[in-house]
Design a protein around this ligand. Structure first.
Ligand SMILES: Cc1ncc(COP(=O)(O)O)c(C=O)c1O
Length: 419
């Protein structure tokens, strides 16, 4: 045994495996629309020009030594103002906000700060990466399958039986991988469960914490409104730790500036953990993001443009799938609400390809579409559901609106060949 048992048990990302297959086909000259990666093509979606200039300026200004352990104060101040203006949330820059190198280190540090090995972490499936963080901690991940009729968002009834004794409930809205969101009433009911569970715990007992990942909360469409647990139920402030950041809303996945906020005692522990990992955001990018966030007009202009382009792509794909459904194909899609994702159904498990191969799983269907329609999605099984689930994530950040339109006829032709 050459590596630790933890390293042996870690599962690699399914999405990276699909990407390897796509890259191989591309090398062979195939033209594949890659809707797998939760990223932006920076030539289609560049970062805000002001942010880019601020980064260049910060390097010119030699902002290149270690940043403060909890993030540069001007950035934490801008984040506090941003939270106040956009969500009416009040968090103190001094001790309730933590900056890290993108948002992943925040999630890992939340798990490490509140969960002991073997303790229960409750999360819905499909959802993004919670299973991997449980593996890293040897935590007892309790995966709760959600239903298409609820837009794949968890309900209080699904969660209720599992909170007794749990250390963490991990929620996300708008949700990766579905692009769907909590309705106010549904989130309120879940908040009430957390409050009731904590009231039932003995004095001195570790409470149930709620991790609320709202990294896509600025990317919502139309009437769909983002809700958060603390605004709905202020008494949850002591138990809620938010994950947020600039990766998605500013198409700045490579800039690596994430921020989290929550009760001072938890944020303080997270700060120590992030510090030991050295998982800080680069100082120049922090200074640049702080300046950008305080430029309300620049932020609003960028968000408006990004949202309308992303929404146009999601809507085009959604309409295409609805059209195929109307034509009798066994497909479906859920109306896009937020983020950069569309939830689609391609229910062809059990069908046979023209060369006689049985499509046994969602992964088989996906690879059939990659090879025969030149389009790649991610099966929900990569997000913790069973392989028999015929639902997929389509991510539109790396494709132009025009290219999206070309995919539907190719999907139609490929599906028509299945028996
Ligand atoms: C729901 C969610 N939270 C957090 C992250 C992490 O973002 P970052 O790139 O800032 O680490 C992602 C990235 O895909 C995400 O989808």
């Amino acid at each position: 045994m050459s590596v630790s048992s933890l390293a042996q048990q870690l599962r690699g990302s399914e999405i990276i495996k699909i990407a390897a297959e796509i890259n191989e086909l591309k090398r062979q000259g195939e033209n594949i629309a890659n809707l797998t990666i939760g990223d932006f093509d920076s030539n289609i979606y560049p970062i805000p020009p002001q942010l880019k200039q601020n980064i260049v300026d910060a390097y010119s200004d030699n902002q290149t030594n270690y940043p403060a352990a909890d993030g540069m104060l001007p950035l934490r101040e801008s984040i506090a103002n941003f939270l106040k203006e956009r969500y009416d949330l009040e968090y103190a820059p001094a001790n309730e906000i933590l900056v890290s190198g993108g948002s992943r280190p925040l999630i890992y540090s939340i798990f490490l700060a509140v969960v002991n090995p073997g303790e229960k972490v409750v999360f819905p499936t499909p959802s993004w990466n919670n299973n991997h963080y449980c593996d890293l901690l040897a935590a007892d991940g309790v995966m709760l399958p959600t239903l298409p009729e609820n837009n794949f968002m968890p309900t209080a009834d699904e969660i209720r039986p599992h909170l007794k004794g749990a250390a963490l409930l991990a929620l996300c809205s708008p949700l990766n991988p579905t692009g769907t969101m909590f309705a106010k009433k549904d989130l309120e009911e879940i908040c009430d469960l957390v409050i009731a569970e904590n009231k039932s715990r003995a004095a001195g007992e570790k409470p149930l914490y709620l991790m609320y990942d709202q990294i896509y909360s600025q990317l919502t469409f139309g009437e769909h409104e983002h809700y958060n647990p603390v605004s709905l139920r202020p008494e949850l402030r002591d138990y809620t730790i938010f994950v947020d950041g600039g990766s998605k809303c500013f198409a700045a996945t490579g800039v690596r500036v994430g921020w989290g906020f929550g009760p001072a005692n938890i944020v303080n522990s997270m700060k120590a953990i992030v510090g030991h990992m050295g998982a800080w955001a680069p100082k120049a990018e922090q200074m640049a993001m702080g300046k950008f966030l305080s430029d309300v007009n620049a932020v609003d202009t960028f968000l408006e443009n990004l949202k309308s382009n992303v929404q146009a792509s999601l809507d085009a794909l959604y309409r295409g799938f609805q059209q195929l459904k109307a034509e009798g194909f066994n497909v479906d899609a859920i109306e896009p609400m937020g983020a950069i994702y569309l939830t689609i159904k391609v229910d062809y498990i059990g069908k046979t390809t023209p060369d006689g191969k049985l499509l046994e799983t969602a992964t088989d269907v996906n690879f059939y579409l990659i090879k025969n329609a030149g389009i790649a999605f991610v099966p929900f099984s990569a997000f913790g559901t069973g392989e028999d689930m015929a639902w997929f994530r389509a991510s539109v950040g790396t494709i132009t609106n025009e290219d999206i339109q070309h995919t539907i006829p190719r999907i139609k032709a490929a599906l028509a060949k299945l028996k």
